[in-house]
Write a protein that binds this ligand. Structure first.
Ligand code: NAD
Length: 488
């Protein structure tokens, strides 16, 4: 496929207006499909731009928070309809901006955004308090109140889906919002804003662009930002939690992962292999925080199951993300591509490693795009750097195991604890193993993505807090006020 749309300028959304950075500076946005093509320019927002976005959100807060929930609900559901009407445009732009393949990733991601708006709009009336039975002369009750202005800081890997976790939940609970786009994939978020700006009151949703260390940092330290909802790397998350924590702001952290997949000897099956390939997130170039990037295969089925994985992965087509035939699109940036390459070199140099699959040898696409085919390390060890650190690329480490206690210990021997996948026909065994895994999300006998409404978040260095479910919306975006009344 060739041909790109004309370079377009995407301003920021602040207080219902489409604006440039106060100092007028802009940045180019290139597409991962072709590093030479500038698809857009965006404002390079600075601290002063963060300040005016927070001010706009602050100004819109009392009216939005004070609305009857039915009104907020109506507007969030109307936003869902508006987004759904533009779903294909959002999916196409996702492919262009992030490199995620249209069929396997970009379209489902846009659909998840719509689903989350609908889900959170639907439960906007669940922001309820409780009454304590304290006697006939007392009315003791709680109100769940919104926090105020929420800053949502987004990564580049699946911006719409992550914005979907933060935006409708914040709004449903009565907060107003400033979203900060990732530098490397800002366009779909700005487009989302364009689609729903007229549905929401001015200032309820603001969207800014610029460098994380500048405009993002300002949002994290801003005294009027009540909560920082961050999704990104553990390194940056720790820093934001520290600076926001200094002023006791609320935070939630959706961070990195190095998730284990455990296959028991009773599951050397074709449908299990399909699910395990899904869990690798190869169809997202491995750029997924929940990627099952450590595959633990029982030694009795090691060779046979690994062959099933290789057979499947070798048929996956790496190509232009806009092409319906592509299973795997392009890695998001040159920086990310180089990082993946560095990790592969480290893996290849390890003692005893076997390369079960190296798709780079037959890769048909490449420069000037950031295409990268999957690589599978076999006979890997859990203590290798490539098994410990998040690569965020299409690289799988396959590790043999014999005893269940050993595989649980290896699975848990990670600083991360985001997702896990367990495959066994013996459900008792699968569940008891799942109970022992130190991860925020364990899937049994399936490898797909998060479901709308599920409690989602990490253990250990993978994060803090939950936002995507009903209880996550309540815990993540409201605070409780107790009122005790003496009745006459
Ligand atoms: P990143 O941490 O580099 O950047 C994330 C965001 O933080 C960007 O918008 C960036 O501009 C901003 N930022 C950077 N420095 C900042 C600062 N000092 N103050 C405020 N904001 C700042 O992460 P990334 O490379 O964009 O995304 C990849 C990472 O995100 C991976 O580690 C991945 O696992 C993680 N991730 C986690 C989840 C999850 O749900 N747990 C989902 C998607 C991605």
């Amino acid at each position: 496929m060739t041909g790109f749309p004309e370079t377009k300028h995407y301003p920021m959304l602040i207080g219902g207006e489409w604006v440039d950075a106060i100092d007028g500076e802009t940045s180019d946005v290139i597409t991962p499909i072709d590093r030479n093509v500038v698809i857009a320019t965006i404002p390079r927002g600075k601290e002063a731009d963060a300040d005016r976005a927070v001010e706009a959100a602050q100004k819109a807060f009392p009216a939005w928070a004070g609305m009857h929930f039915k009104e907020r609900q109506k507007l969030i559901l109307r936003a869902a309809d508006a987004l759904e009407a533009k779903l294909e445009d959002l999916a196409q732009l996702t492919a262009l901006d992030t490199g995620n393949a249209l069929r396997t990733q970009a379209r489902p991601e846009a659909q998840t955004l719509v689903d989350l708006f609908r889900y959170m709009g639907g439960i906007a009336g669940e922001v309820k308090g409780v009454v304590l039975p304290a006697g006939d002369d007392q009315l003791q009750y709680t109100r769940r109140e919104p926090l105020g202005v929420v800053a949502g800081i987004l990564p580049w890997n699946s911006p719409l889906m992550i914005a979907g976790y933060k935006t409708p939940a914040s709004l449903a609970a009565g907060n107003t919002l400033v979203l900060k786009c990732a530098e490397d994939a800002p366009l779909t978020i700005l487009e989302m804003g364009r689609i729903i700006a007229d549905v929401l009151p001015a200032g309820a949703l603001n969207i800014v662009t610029g460098k994380g260390s500048v405009i993002g940092e300002r949002l994290a330290v801003h005294p009027d930002v009540a909560k920082v909802s961050f999704t990104g790397s553990t390194l940056v998350g720790r820093h934001i939690n520290e600076v926001a924590g200094r002023r006791l702001a609320h935070t939630s952290m959706e961070l990195g992962g190095k998730s284990p997949t455990i296959v028991f000897p009773d599951s050397d099956l074709d449908d299990v292999a399909d699910q395990v390939v899904l869990s690798t997130r190869f169809a997202r170039q491995g750029q997924s925080c929940t990627s099952g990037s450590r595959l633990f295969l029982h030694e009795d089925i090691y060779d046979s199951f690994l062959q099933k994985i290789v057979d499947r992965v070798s048929t996956m087509k790496v190509g232009d993300p806009r092409d319906e035939a592509s299973d795997i699109g392009a890695v998001n940036s040159k920086k990310q591509w180089d990082t993946i390459q560095d990790y592969i070199e480290i893996g290849e140099s390890m003692d005893g490693v076997e390369i079960a699959y190296d798709g780079r040898k037959t890769l048909e696409v490449g420069e000037p795009g950031f295409y990268h085919a999957p690589v599978i390390f076999s006979k890997a060890r859990n203590d290798w750097q490539t098994s410990k650190e998040e690569i965020f690329g299409p690289v799988l480490s396959v590790i043999p195991w014999k005893h269940v206690d050993d595989v649980v210990e290896m699975a848990n021997d990670s600083e991360y604890g985001l997702a896990a996948f367990i495959f066994s026909k013996d459900i008792d065994r699968a569940l008891s193993t799942g109970n022992r895994i130190q991860s925020g999300w364990v899937q049994i006998n399936q490898g797909g993505a998060q479901m709308v409404g599920q409690s989602y978040g990490g253990f250990k260095q993978s994060g803090l807090g939950r936002e995507a479910s009903l209880e996550g919306m309540l815990e993540g975006f409201t605070q409780i006020k107790q009122l005790n009344v003496k009745l006459r």
